[in-house]
Design a protein around this ligand. Sequence first.
Ligand SMILES: Cc1cc2nc3c(=O)[nH]c(=O)nc-3n(C[C@H](O)[C@H](O)[C@H](O)COP(=O)(O)OP(=O)(O)OC[C@H]3O[C@@H](n4cnc5c(N)ncnc54)[C@H](O)[C@@H]3O)c2cc1C
Length: 424
Amino acid sequence: MLNNVYDVIIVGTGVSGLYAALNLENQKILMITKAKLEENDSFLAQGGICMLKDENDYDSFLEDTIKAGHYENDIEAVKTMINHSRETINDLEKYGVEFAKKDGKFIFTKEGAHSTNRILYHEDITGKEITSKLLAKVKDRENIELVENATLLDIFISDNYCTGALIRYQNKDYCINAKNVLLATGGVGGMYNNSTNYPHLTGDSLVICYKHNIEFKNVNYVQIHPTTLYQETKGRRFLISESVRGEGALLYNSKYERFAKETLPRDILSNLILEEMKKEGSKHVWLDMRPLGKSVILSHFPNIYKTCKENGYDPLNKLIPVVPAQHYYMGGVKVDLNSKTSVNGLYVLGEAACNGVHGKNRLASNSLLESLVFAKLAARNIIATNLPLRKDMNYTYNEDEMKRIRDKVEKMVKGEIEYELPRN
Ligand SMILES: Cc1cc2nc3c(=O)[nH]c(=O)nc-3n(C[C@H](O)[C@H](O)[C@H](O)COP(=O)(O)OP(=O)(O)OC[C@H]3O[C@@H](n4cnc5c(N)ncnc54)[C@H](O)[C@@H]3O)c2cc1C
């Protein structure tokens, strides 16, 4: 049973939702997730999280980010992300997150399109390490009520203020009143047959915001990851982290010839792999992890090693079949640098949002960082703005209408139709 008034409703228990909640002390918060608490893409992140290691790396970090983004990035957003990276990592360590270190100093790894090593990691389960520690802290907070298997259906908007949310829980619909609503619903992988994402991440914030005429940005900017494990079965695709290639793994076609530089930006490399597969009529290409050596494979990539082995490919002595798959959504609901939409009291965080930080293509390991940095800025903005509670909640939910909107949004994301707002 849910209460009916909160200061803040947060939808989603990935890194962005959790970190926002932790930065909203003294607020009465309802946090919901459609699935189990741990079932989100944040738990799946492998490679790591970027950090500005010292001031000398500032220009290079910025250049790598905007070069990968085809220079379509919002520069202020990129600078904000980089400027807040150290503070974010300090916070994570305070919450108990452990990153790989040697003699007390961070070890930095590298991924595609990075000109230097600047990525912190925890084996190949960095996302699980960060998200599980944040979740544990959230569970300790008395001001936060966490509810799993509860689905956001719609939001209420009155006079350009978001006044609450319509939530389905245990087959009942609840109209919940709040001063602020934060949508942290993740990406759009559930719209695709082949994706590394959880299938329940179906772009729900986009659908709901579209209904309310809230603008999107870069609607069809979808990232395809070059290397996921090729499997005949249906379902979520297992990612072979880019840092495997960053550390020296090589790609081969079916004739065991190299055909592309392994550390190219994701979009370029994905296209080269797809072209090679088309040329050869093959279902996948091959990845050779053996150049990394046994100790690096076992210590840095134990999870990838185990999963490949379970699928019949031992990375220590065999090539792994890999194929590109949908991975990340650079577009999203248009927000400012405080993650605020055009509607007062409505914020969108993490992969669901677009402030332009990634441009046309995300640089590896910038997503966890972006999700965290802009979640904290949203929390600060909420506290500074201090909106009063407005009780007017307009009920306009209609299942058939939502289905029609969902179909249209999906077509826009996939680039099948032009982006346009309904403007009713
Ligand atoms: C396999 C994989 C590896 C990755 N590796 C890295 C990496 O190494 N480094 C990096 O920076 N990034 C990586 N990423 C990307 C990164 O993990 C995600 O972009 C980031 O975690 C997104 O966080 P989020 O909080 O926006 O959403 P998520 O963590 O996806 O959480 C979304 C939440 O919203 C909930 N939700 C959705 N719709 C509803 C609804 N209608 N009602 C209620 N709840 C809802 C979900 O249940 C879930 O709790 C990886 C992604 C994948 C899939």
